[in-house]
Design a protein around this ligand. Sequence first.
Ligand code: AMP
Ligand code: MG
Length: 406
Amino acid sequence: MRTVAEHRAAVLALVDALPAERVAIGSALGRVLAEDVTAAVDLPGFDNSAMDGYAVRAADLVGAAAGAPVVLPVDGDVAAGDTARHVLAPGRTLRIMTGAPLPDGCDAVVPVEHTDGGAAQVAVRVAPVEGAHLRHRGDDVHAGSVVVRAGTRLGPGHVGLVSAANVAEVAVRRRPRVTVVSTGDELVPVGSTLEHGQIVDSNHLMLRALVEAAGAEVAAGVHLRDDADTVRAFLAAPDGDPDLVITSGGVSMGVYDTVKEVLTADGGVEFVKVAMRPGMPQGCGAVGASGLPVVTLPGNPVSSFVSFHVFVLPALRRMAGLDPDADGRFEAVAAEAWPTAPGRAEMTRVVEEDGRVRPSGGQRSHVLGALAGATALAMVPEDVARVEAGDTVVCLPLLGHHRGCG
Ligand code: AMP
Ligand code: MG
């Protein structure tokens, strides 16, 4: 039997980071930077006001107080977007808005709240200190400095920062393209009238959803019957020009386990038992002349779901340009005891709350009811036969339940 770490390494060895492409920053959400992004401009780009108020010279307002306001004539307004170069004359003021460029000679802004709000002249009730409520050019970011590092998955905040830095295009890794194949004569599309013995091909949509939730792209999705010729023909030239194929079903010890039958005969893919529960039967390898990576997942929906997180997700992360090991795993305390499989790593579906975890419900591999409620997998090592309340367990966040943007 293989350990989880060994099989994970075997899957990872099949893939590399995909090539980079340049895309508009507006289309780059969720993509992983292939190169550092360098600011094209200073941020702020010019000295400006942090408040709505009055641009002043602090020296003109020494001693201003509630009982002794200082009155200054107002020479006009400076609004955000005003591109004129204003000059503040000594002993005078300009009304200024948040984000508007500072007039020359101004060394403080008095918030409107500290004044009577006058338009022709203004009574100031508080003496400002020099530099009050000013934002200086380059305070935040200097032109030419790196604002986001290669290897970062771009979140909404990065999109804001990169575009503020006036960088229109970024180099990102191509999104991994994944073809999803489900196999089994018992499977029919969701919404069908089910004959006795038929079930919905739920892995099809679940695996598509997992691929998308992982930030990858579904290149194609098909259902194949348990027929060796059909499976062989498809895998020889899979639809969608994918970077990776994942299959579900047909990899255990049954007579109709066609994926295993075909790929064993054709070579390139190893079928193994992994010391893990759920998800013992696994396979991975490269098929065809192009050496297309294939990961064969077990058909049980829960096994498929767990195996995707444990084996496919690291591969997708590497292809996307991310560190496969930086997967957001975290330590939590078991809120209750539960039995686990001795000799196999148990991937318990758990709900995490405030650093404590408990099983989300029934843990058998065909039990889907408890799956959707889980937020993480508690990865209990193979030498543990029972988790006790209070034990520390290492947990892998489930897709859609990331703590942040791994
Ligand atoms: P298999 O690995 O093909 O023997 O499948 C194991 C179990 O998972 C069987 O109970 C199958 O009916 C079920 N199963 C296989 N593929 C799917 C699928 N695509 N959707 C839902 N259940 C499946
Ligand atoms: Mg099957």
